[in-house]
Design a binder for this molecule. Structure first.
Ligand SMILES: [Zn+2]
Length: 85
């Protein structure tokens, strides 16, 4: 099976099939959870690259309001952390 294929009917990203899960907290303590886009999983391949794209998209959207960002390997059991900033 192609790792970018989703058997859950999702076309952009999926909480099970996306390669990277991002969890971010804003200064207000609001929590944001994103799953990487399939097209970026495919385009960048490396988890660090995918995470970097997600992080810069979040910064662009929320800027100074971002307090903490964490990235996880969504496809590995236990979802080990890839990095944080
Ligand atoms: Zn899926």
């Amino acid at each position: 099976m192609n790792r970018n294929e989703c058997s859950h009917g999702n076309t952009n990203n999926c909480q099970e099939c996306s390669l990277v899960k991002m969890v971010a907290y804003l200064q207000t303590d609001d929590k944001i959870v994103w799953y990487s886009y399939f097209k970026e999983d495919k385009k960048y391949g490396r988890l660090e690259m995918i995470s970097g794209q997600m992080g810069s998209r979040l910064q662009k959207k929320h800027g100074e309001a971002v307090k903490k960002i964490m990235f996880f390997d969504n496809k590995t059991a236990g979802k080990p952390m890839i990095g944080e900033s």
